[in-house]
Design a protein around this ligand. Structure first.
Ligand SMILES: *Cc1c(COP(=O)(O)O)cnc(C)c1O
Length: 387
């Protein structure tokens, strides 16, 4: 249960002048997270740094619902992380199944193709989660080495049914590889219980940490596959295999080296993870769900439609809305920004510029939702709709 709420984490929530960025990332870090970024980078062999890095790794394992996963925190973007997973675990020439619900599924596909991994990517209706019945059928007749999916696709606001998808992947001996970059810190994750094989995360979204790191949690099965590899990965620096013994050494308090860690970013992430666990895994997800529900009710009252058609498939921390009829995206978002709230435009290519987004993850509060709804209401009014 909650022992440390967001408001007790030192946020200044009453500043009416600074624009409020309701973006998917980077989200607003707590002051104690920001403080970790201002010091000189810690020496790599400093025992205090190694100890804190070890705590960071163990907190990550706890947050994704695992006691046994191999974890790693490495420099890079989320996309670097996706590519690491592909080059490390997927054998060129053996097909994978990509369950795409937007641009991030499409990116899985592009990365696989670059590394000569054939892709089968069935289409699902716009705004719907991957259909388990179709996936089961495909998995049962193909010889796929893996099922790749975004837990939450931030271009559509759709959440995939991970427990079900992981079950289907296991049934056909395919690895279940998950891009959780816009989900970690905002969604339930049970790596062990659901049987996920790799869960990719990153600090700058639901964890409200700094950009620049990719986080990984790997099942025992995934680690075994790494060990059994009979091909050479098409990238040296993105290979996850050499990182795992380094991370294990770090957790034992020993120095290990493959590439230099981004020291300050690790310290800041460790603090963001500490805050997340202090709030409580359940409480943190519950806060995101309650704020999402308030936002969605308010948007419905304003007549704004959401892209994710099924309430049960709507992500906790990202909402994708359809631009109101008769309005231009730019003009509408400009009007909302004039009210002091920055909302990102759409990234769902199938709908061109007909969507806009609201990020409500990380340290998001009730006051943020109130301000967002007021700005959207005013934006609708000033761009020509009388609500
Ligand atoms: C933000 C995001 C990423 C990673 O983005 P980078 O810009 O490469 O850090 C990956 N997947 C999803 C679903 C995201 O929302």
């Amino acid at each position: 249960m909650a022992t440390e709420s967001v408001t007790s984490q030192g946020m200044d929530l009453k500043d009416p002048v600074t624009p409020l960025a309701m973006v998917v990332g980077p989200t607003r870090p707590a002051p104690s997270v920001l403080e970790r970024l201002g010091d000189p980078a810690p020496p790599l062999t400093d025992p205090e740094f190694i100890a804190e890095f070890g705590r960071c790794l163990s907190r990550l394992r706890t947050l994704v619902g695992s006691t046994t996963a191999s974890v790693a925190v490495v420099p890079g973007t989320g996309t670097n992380g996706m590519e690491s997973i592909v080059v490390s675990l997927l054998r060129p020439g053996v097909p994978v199944l990509v369950a795409s619900t937007g641009m991030w599924g499409d990116r899985w596909r592009e990365i696989c193709l670059r590394h000569q991994v054939p892709v089968h990517a069935p289409r699902f209706p716009v705004g719907r989660a991957p259909d388990p019945v179709l996936l089961e059928k495909l998995l049962s007749r193909g010889h796929y080495q893996a099922l790749l999916v975004a837990h939450v696709d931030s271009s559509s606001g759709v959440r995939a049914d991970l427990p079900e998808l992981a079950r289907l992947a296991r049934q056909s001996d395919a690895l279940c590889l998950v891009d959780g970059v816009s989900a970690i810190g905002a969604e339930h994750i049970e790596l062990d219980a659901w049987g996920l094989d790799v869960y990719l995360g990153g600090p700058p979204k639901g964890l409200a940490g700094p950009p620049g790191l990719a986080t990984f949690a790997l099942s025992e099965r995934a680690v075994r596959r790494l060990g059994e590899r009979d091909w050479t990965p098409g990238s040296y620096s993105l290979d996850l295999a050499p990182w795992l013994p380094v991370m294990a050494a770090t957790e034992r308090g020993e120095f290990g080296y493959f590439q230099s860690p981004a020291g300050n970013l690790v310290l800041a992430l460790s603090e963001a993870l500490r805050l997340a666990l202090a709030e409580g895994r359940e409480a943190r997800v519950g806060r995101h769900m309650a704020l999402r529900d308030r936002l969605h009710e308010g948007l419905a009252e304003l007549g704004v439609k959401l892209l994710a058609a099924e309430p049960a498939e709507r992500a906790n921390g990202v909402t994708v809305c359809v631009v109101p009829e008769g309005m231009r995206e730019e003009e509408f978002l400009g009007a909302v920004a004039a009210e002091g709230v920055l909302l990102p435009g759409g990234t769902f290519s199938a709908l061109g510029n007909r969507t806009f987004r609201v990020g409500h993850l990380g340290t998001v509060t009730d006051a943020d939702i109130t301000r967002t709804l007021a700005a959207v209401r005013a934006g609708l009014r000033s761009s020509g709709r009388n609500r």
